[in-house]
Design a protein. Structure first.
Length: 355
């Protein structure tokens, strides 16, 4: 992964500004384009065979959502950009999947970059760059590959649910952004379950090297999510304050609600980040407590054998005039004394609750 990113960065080095170069890990994906063209009483949903078919939707009176899957097809993206008169630097940013979330306001359109985050079937965390171009009567969305979180939006368009069919392109952009943010809440729920599971394993004393690796991976994931979500606050807040006719006052009210949702997600991320750090501390404390228990047992054993070793050492000295040396039952008496000392020390440690 890192080698691929480094080679892609090297390809971009030295190129003129506005040169479209795909920066990502899905270079073999096919181009897939779907379109929703609609108004309050009309809906036309279709899949386009080539990018040229999308050119006819630019000046229609209906609202059009053109969703392009396959950022590796830079020639097709460039054709679409020329027809919709998009700036070359915008097209360059669309093909660069390493872009951070941002908002750019142009005279004829608004450019928005977000991060779509989800778990795949194997529960691996995936980050996908998604770009939006919103004009007066259209929204262009660019995804790295097929598969997204917009199924609920498509169903609302098909079934004419909610306000989306009766509103403009700015409201459609809000709905698409809201779908991404709503998925963040699902993401936080899954992350919370993972933290709870790790916490239970720690309390059940299942600490091992795999557990600390899981905690470390979870910490790394939450930091990646934080970097993807935090800039979104500026994006949504900026859309609420843009001075353009492309975003109406009605939509700005919904954008303020979306901003509140982004703040909630950010706060959840901070809370879970602190919980993960506390798991690290808890793990280290558990390891330390286990080490202390081992050291306590070893110390007690050594303490018990110190007087026994002393007695055995005294009577093991090679002196002829040891009084008990000629005693008939000296051996058994010595064993009796050592057993009494042993049991007495065990009783003492038990009384002090050291055992």
């Amino acid at each position: 992964m890192k080698k691929a990113s480094s080679s892609q960065a090297a390809i971009k080095t030295g190129l003129a500004p506005g040169t479209i170069v795909y920066v990502g890990n899905k270079a073999k994906k096919d181009l897939f384009i779907d379109v929703f063209d609609y108004n309050k009483d009309y809906l036309d949903e279709k899949q386009l065979k080539n990018i040229e078919e999308a050119f006819t939707y630019e000046n229609k009176e209906t609202i059009t959502w053109i969703n392009v899957n396959g950022l590796n097809h830079v020639n097709e993206i460039e054709k679409l950009g020329k027809d919709f008169e998009l700036h070359p630097l915008i097209l360059e940013d669309i093909a660069n999947t390493k872009q951070r979330p941002k908002l750019e306001e142009h005279e004829e359109y608004i450019f928005v970059v977000l991060k779509m985050i989800y778990f795949d079937q194997e529960q691996n965390l995936k980050f996908e760059n998604i770009s939006f171009i919103q004009g007066s009567n259209y929204v262009l969305s660019f995804q790295e590959a097929d598969g997204d979180v917009f199924d609920s939006v498509r169903e609302r368009l098909r079934n004419s649910k909610g306000r989306v069919r009766s509103q403009g392109a700015d409201f459609l952009l809000y709905v698409l952004m809201d779908a991404i943010v709503d998925n963040y809440f699902n993401l936080m729920e899954v992350m919370g379950e993972k933290i709870e599971e790790l916490e239970e394993n720690l309390f059940e004393e299942k600490s091992n090297n795999d557990l600390i690796q899981e905690i470390h991976n979870l910490k790394r994931e939450i930091l990646r999510i934080r970097r993807a979500v935090y800039p979104l606050r500026e994006v949504v807040n900026g859309m609420d304050k843009v001075e353009t006719s492309l975003v109406t006052e009605k939509t700005q009210l919904y954008l303020r609600d979306l901003y509140d949702h982004v703040i909630q997600v950010s706060e959840s991320i901070d809370i879970q980040r602190e919980l993960i750090w506390s798991l690290m501390d808890m793990y280290m404390t558990t390891i330390s407590n286990r080490m202390n228990e081992v050291m306590k047992v070893l110390t007690i054993m050594a303490t018990i054998f110190i007087p026994l070793t002393f007695i055995a050492g005294v009577y093991g000295m090679n002196f002829e005039n040891i009084p008990e040396l000629k005693f008939q039952y000296g051996y058994f008496v010595l064993w009796g004394v050592m057993v009494v000392v042993f049991l007495g020390m065990l009783y003492y440690f038990k009384r002090r609750e050291w055992l």
